[in-house]
Structures are given as structure tokens and as C-alpha cells.
Design a protein. Sequence first.
Length: 345
Amino acid sequence: MLRKLLAVLPLVLFLTAPAKAADVEKNIMTGSPTGTYIKIGRDIAGLGKACGQTLNVVESAGSLENFSGVRNRRNTQFGIVQNDVLEYLKTFEANDPEIQQAVRGVRIMFPLYNEEVHVLAKTDIKSMADLAGRKVAVGVKDSGTYLTSSLMLDILQVKDVQKVELNPDKALPQLQAGDIDAFFYVAGAPASLFQGDAIDGSKFHLVPITDSVLRSTYVPSTIEPGTYGFQQQAVDTVAVKAVLMTFDYDKKRNAYHRDSCRAVADYSNYIITNLDKLQATGHPKWKTVDLTAIPPGWKVGVCVKEGLAANYKPTCAAPVAEPAADDTTENDEYLKLLKERLKKQ
């Protein structure tokens, strides 16, 4: 399934063609207007704005589009992706030339937070097994929600589900109108789509995900009581990690690569320097970010580590603390640089 979605796209010319520094814009691929990704993207863009930098926050279908965007979309240095997408790619990479091509050059910038799997449904649907024979919105094909919902239904072998390809913001009114019975949404709680008083708690609820096979495959999690107005009890569920991705730019290649590498280094520096600020004033999920939780098998970008170095001067007039440097390699170097920067916050 995912191989078709990430079928090798022609590499666009920006990867090889020269570009003037003044022409290079910066973009981060996020998600829907009501999702958590777009709020995280706006928080990151705000750090750049404080330093006189512009980072465009781009709406998207979600993780799959974001991964492909970092690889192939012009002027797109950043994208937020679900970790189960990365695990799927890593699992099949060795024996699939198309996936090998799709992942080439894509790197980790920072691991972020866990995203809860929300299944909003009619109250007569008590468990995942009760989705059998029902009409369920599973997300659109370029989204992480689509991948996660498809994998979960396959793992549980839920039969005869009538899958409807809809984004969660489109699925909610259809659920309320009775056109579908449930929908999946992978988003960091609290997800703004579910906030407010538009959802009637006597008609709809979040389905608990307590199946042992899913809780051993994903990260067990709980949506706390009162997270949403219609949800007064704790709901057991599972979660996947959101990861900020970038590209492995080569500064010697051309002006575009040089300036994009500088952008990656700058924003790496902005994030680590202002992590306390993000946790205090940004989306609540910043409080749970674990920057050491690097997905297995994936490398951190060279430009990211450049931005964490003790002698790096970001494009910003604001003073930046300078911790001691460490000389190591690959992801160990990233972790040591990260440790030193956090120590100085």
C-alpha cells in the first residue's frame, strides 16, 4: 500500500540546479487546519520570526505527503511525520528499490511528541471489533491517519469495514449527520477538532483501544478526563511519535543546498535554545517532547548537528548560549550536542 503512495517521484530540479540565496524560501509541511502539526509548525515559525526569519507553514494531507515533500517539494526543508510511517519504510527498504529511492537523503531533525489515536464513533460502538461492517472514515491516502488506521484494522483483522477516504475535519460533520459510523484521527491531544461544544457526548464517544496486540505494537497512552468537553472519563488508547524531518543538504553542491542547510541549522538552534519557551507558551505537546528518542535506523541530518555546535552563530540578533563542544560521529554526536544545549537552558 505505502509503496504505491510513495512511488518514486521524479526528482525536481532544485536538488541540482543553482539557486540564488535571495530566491530560497523556507517551508514546513504540517497537516490540516484543525490538527496538532500545524500548531507545532506555527510555534517553530514563531521562533524564526523573532529572529527576522520567515518560515511558511504549509497545510497538507499529513505524514506521507510531508515525507515526500521534504524529499521532492521545492523550498521545503521541514516536514512532520508519524514514526509508524518511518518504521514501515525502514522495514521494507532493504528489498524495495522504490522505497530506497523514496527515503534517500531524508533525515531526522528532532523526535517530538506522542500522538494519540482518536476513534470517534457512535456510542453503540464499544470497541475496535465493533467497527466490523460499519462505515468508517480512515483518512485520505497521503495522510498518516490513513496508514495507521489501515494497519490497525489489518492487525486486528476487523472484517467488512466500509472504508471512506475522508480527512477528519470532513468526517466529523458526516458522523454527526449519520452518514458514517466512526472515524480515525491521529493527532496530539488536545486536538482542536474535538474542542468546544460541537460534539454531543450522549451520541458520540472516543472508542477505547485496549487490544493487547495493538498496545504491544504501538505506545500505550491515555486521554485524560476532560481533555474534551464531551469526554469526562479517561480513555485508554495508543499513540505514535511525531518526528520533525529534513533533508541531508550538501553545502558544496549549490547555493540552494548551502542556504537550505543554513536554514536547517538555524531552526535547529532556535528550537533547542528556546525549548523552555515552547514548553511554556506553545502547544501543550511541547511539554512531552523527548529529543533523545531517535527512531531506530534513521540518521540525524548533518545540518542539524551543525546548528547544535558550540560555535554556531544562528541568523539572529538575539544572544545565544554557547556550551562546550563534543567531537563524536553520527547520532551519538547529536545526542551529546543536545545534552550540552539542554544543560545550559
